[in-house]
Design a protein around this ligand. Structure first.
Ligand code: FE
Length: 211
């Protein structure tokens, strides 16, 4: 059985590999290595933001979960959001997930947190049963979201060929834009939002997905 411990900077690559699996299976998300590693570093460098727990054996990371910290005015206490629970496929069914959750719950309890909240896909029955078995109960609350960065949401669009609205230039990820240091093989969503059309200098945000 792997050991569970708080993650350090050297675990970021292993965690990103797990998050890539997680976001590939969740309907609402697509993986983005730069975004994931940036935020994992932010948490590790700023422990007041949260805590990442990893399950490790022989130097390999087999599972992770994280707690993000906030407060509840109702409870008058610190509370946590539990996110990004994932166990590598080869290690599923061996109690790694249980060990991670129990470890995170124990840490939160010991540090005076009043509640842990988590979200699952609405049709992911196995996950819901798993969390119920760990003492979580289903809330009647409904989740609402508003994306606040239109550039980010455009970057996350799944189409990968994009056309300049002004001049019709087509961004082809196979070619990239070497003159602007965008290497061949770079998907449009990972091109910097500072990038402009190489023909007419229209901003990236004025490109439309092209099928
Ligand atoms: Fe253009």
């Amino acid at each position: 059985m792997p050991d569970v411990r708080t993650a350090a900077a050297g675990d970021i690559a292993g965690c990103c590999a797990l998050l890539e699996l997680l976001f590939s299976q969740e309907k609402e998300f697509t993986p983005d290595y730069d975004a994931q590693s940036r935020v994992l570093s932010m948490i590790i460098e700023n422990p007041q933001l949260g805590r990442i727990f990893v399950a490790e054996s022989d130097g390999d990371i087999h599972g992770m979960v994280l707690l993000l910290f906030t407060v509840s005015t109702f409870l008058g206490k610190k509370v946590a959001l539990l996110e990004d629970m994932i166990v590598a496929p080869a290690w599923r069914g061996k109690g790694v997930g249980s060990t991670l959750i129990e470890y995170a719950v124990a840490v939160a309890g010991r540090e005076g947190f009043g509640r842990i909240t988590l979200l699952t896909d609405s049709d992911n029955e196995p996950a819901q049963q798993f969390y119920q078995s760990k003492g979580f109960s289903k809330s009647e609350m409904v989740v609402f979201r508003k994306l606040l960065d239109p550039e980010t949401s455009r970057c996350d669009h799944e189409s990968d060929a994009w056309m300049c609205r002004e001049c019709g230039y087509l961004y082809d990820p196979a070619e990239g834009d070497p003159e602007s240091s965008i290497k061949p093989g770079t998907s449009f969503k990972t091109v910097s939002c500072e990038w402009n059309c190489p023909v007419c200098f229209t901003p990236k945000t004025d490109f439309d997905p092209h099928s």
